[in-house]
Design a protein around this ligand. Structure first.
Ligand SMILES: O=C(O)CCC(=O)C(=O)O
Length: 277
């Protein structure tokens, strides 16, 4: 969805555009809000990310495939800019789909480097009920923010629209360790239409966590990083893993405080290499 200059300035979608964004997530499984982040915010995040990532790789190495890494972000500026954790275009969408008491359970990044390969096609969660034969409403949304332009060359995220609506038993194949006994997602994906999500830096992708997707090979000579957040219904989460210093928490907006209310408050922010997984 290309945003008008007015939508970018006011951070508001007109009612029919808002309805369309919701429809795209409900039906396709995702929506892209193009160039939603201000250039200055994006630049601050990118310039802080790069040395942190280099340090992380030197300490821990790649962890999601060849030349590809997932890295948690410290709960500190500039990564916790309100435009990142509670963007005013994202919040009304997330609140509508997950309930206004939803929470944010994940603040991290995915980076395919030059030389990375295809990932297995996967969804990002194990099923809520592995044998359920109906599809449930959305309960968990991933928000991705590319720090650089995403092109055919630099390993765009590839998605399989509509797959989030498959019943739990057909849908899920969490990355690396789980194989779905009901369907071979990698084989099935080969005969289904997919989309490579090309977009300018600072766009925001909101996607249903169940939608099949994979990282593709980065054939450029630079990193292609997506910041990744996960918002979920209030009852769903990973069990309060994000450490947040009390002063940092107190300085957040009321909405951001609500989103992170179940995390580890009053703890020093964790550096990426301090996470066990
Ligand atoms: O390349 C990407 O942004 C997708 C990464 C991903 O889906 C994963 O590592 O689970």
């Amino acid at each position: 969805m290309k945003l008008s200059a007015e939508e970018r300035a006011t951070c508001r979608l007109q009612p029919d555009r808002y309805a369309s964004a919701l429809e795209q997530i409900r039906t396709n499984g995702y929506v892209v809000l193009e160039q939603a982040l201000a250039a200055a915010t994006l630049e601050r995040v990118r310039t802080s990310f790069e040395p942190l990532f280099a340090d992380y790789i030197a300490r821990k190495g790649y962890n999601t495939g060849t030349n590809r890494a997932q890295m948690h972000l410290p709960f500190a500026a500039p990564f916790i800019d309100e435009a990142v954790i509670a963007h005013p275009l994202v919040i009304p969408i997330v609140d509508k789909l997950l309930g206004s008491d939803c929470r944010c359970v994940y603040l991290a990044s995915d980076t395919p480097m030059p030389g990375s390969d295809y990932q297995r096609v996967h969804s990002d969660n194990d099923p809520l009920f592995a044998d359920l034969s109906v599809a449930l409403p959305a309960y968990c949304l991933v928000v991705n923010i590319p720090l650089v332009d995403t092109t055919e060359e630099n390993g765009p995220l590839e998605v399989w629209p509509g797959t989030h609506l498959l019943p739990d038993r057909e849908n899920h194949n969490a990355i690396y360790d789980t194989v779905n006994p009901h369907i071979d997602i990698n084989r099935a994906a080969q005969s289904l239409p997919s989309v490579r999500v090309l977009m300018p830096a600072g766009s925001i992708v909101i996607r249903d966590v169940r939608m099949w997707h994979r990282g593709t090979p980065n054939r450029s000579n630079a990193a292609r990083t997506n910041v990744a957040l996960i918002y979920s219904r209030s009852w769903f989460g990973y069990g309060s893993r994000i450490s947040i210093p009390q002063m940092t928490y107190d300085g957040l907006s009321a909405k951001a405080r609500q989103l992170f209310r179940y995390e580890k408050l009053g703890q020093p922010a964790m550096m990426p290499w301090e996470w066990s997984k």
